[in-house]
Write a protein that binds this ligand. Structure first.
Ligand SMILES: Nc1ncnc2c1ncn2[C@@H]1O[C@H](COP(=O)(O)OP(=O)(O)OP(=O)(O)O)[C@@H](O)[C@H]1O
Ligand SMILES: [Mg+2]
Length: 328
């Protein structure tokens, strides 16, 4: 079963540039979460901080009692083995076949025999639908195949926590839809805790159990998907609707003066009205039930009292038998 990731009061700067401050959230064990945010808000920096590759100045990231910020490097390295990481750019070695690329972490971090490595690699290649392409070089396959190869490589060490940085970038809508299903099926199969960074609104709306958003150096919100999908918070609704009107401008954020004026004068009329919450993707037929989804149902039910009305309604609808939700 996946492992909970607890982030407490995390603050990161590069020199004088503060990236975000006082970020706190919990990635619930075995659930899928998505982090949104305009370009440059520090999503990649956040993923790297969780895995201990970047060091925030303040705060903690607790995984099985190890603090990925402040613990001795030895403990951090050990805990890092729990992770599978899929980079924004795929990060495959161009001169190595897909097989060797995907086998790389096993050869690097384990003493497994070559026959065992072959078994594991071929199994992962099968999961991501790349059987037959294992002998090809990254340059000989499509961008979508490279993405899936990157995902296969993230899976070889049996990760309990999976971080995906824009797994959809460069994919066409159909491949993105397949990728969404693949992420859910993967979660059903291995019950890993997953955090996905994406700009893709379809993925955001249909894949995760939970969503968060970084903006203006803060974590604006993090919670059950229904809370964000029905949110009236301007940055959240603007982003999820892909609108120009609202606090988010072309250069990441509108300048402070414009923003303050807009907010004070309330000059930006934000379209309101009922927002439909699309049903979350279910695992494909034949896949196991998502254990994370079962745990989430109890967790969300227990926090109902603290949720806004629109989110409560959406949650109850999704769990109503007629809606076809949560066939547990
Ligand atoms: N190693 C580094 N040294 C200095 N500044 C950095 C470093 N890494 C990232 N930054 C800065 O931190 C900010 C956030 O970068 P990050 O890559 O996390 O953004 P992002 O939200 O992932 O953007 P995108 O959606 O475009 O991928 C940027 O201003 C970037 O220039
Ligand atoms: Mg990024």
């Amino acid at each position: 079963m996946g492992i909970e990731v607890v982030v407490e009061g995390l603050t990161k700067s590069f020199g004088k540039q503060n990236i975000w401050q006082d970020v706190s959230l919990t990635l619930p064990a075995g659930e899928v979460s998505v982090m949104l945010g305009p370009s440059g808000t520090g999503k990649t920096v956040f993923l790297k901080s969780i895995i201990g590759l970047l060091k925030p100045e303040q705060g903690r990231v607790l995984i099985n009692g190890v603090d990925m910020v402040n613990s001795p490097e030895r403990d951090i390295m050990e805990t890092r083995k729990l992770f599978g990481l899929m980079f924004q750019d795929g990060a495959l070695f161009g001169s190595m076949s897909l097989f060797d690329n995907i086998a790389f972490p096993l050869r690097e971090h384990t003493r497994k025999k070559e026959s065992e490595i072959r078994r594991i690699v071929m199994e992962r290649i099968d999961i991501v639908g790349l059987l037959g392409a294992e002998g090809k070089l990254p340059g000989e396959i499509s961008g979508g195949m490279r993405k899936r190869a990157g995902l296969a490589r993230a899976l070889v060490l049996d990760p309990q926590i999976i971080l995906c940085d824009e797994p959809d970038s460069g994919l066409d809508p159909v491949r993105t839809a397949y990728l969404s299903q693949l992420l859910i099926d993967l979660n059903a199969q291995i019950d890993a805790t997953m955090l996905i960074v994406t700009h893709n609104l379809d993925i955001a709306a249909s894949v995760p159990d939970n969503m968060g958003m970084l903006f203006c150096r803060n974590l604006v919100t993090f919670g059950p998907r229904e809370v964000l999908l029905t949110s009236d918070t301007p940055v959240v609704s603007q982003f999820l609707a892909g609108r120009r009107e609202g606090p988010i401008g072309m250069s990441e954020e509108k300048d402070a003066a414009t923003l303050a004026a807009e907010q004070q004068a309330d000059t930006v009329p934000l379209p309101t009205g009922p927002r439909t919450v699309v049903p979350q993707l279910e695992p494909s037929p034949g896949m196991p039930v998502r254990q994370g989804a079962l745990r989430r149902r109890e967790r969300v039910m227990s926090m109902m009292g603290q949720l806004p009305e629109a989110a409560r309604t959406a949650i109850l609808d999704s769990y109503a038998p007629a809606a076809g939700g949560a066939r547990a």
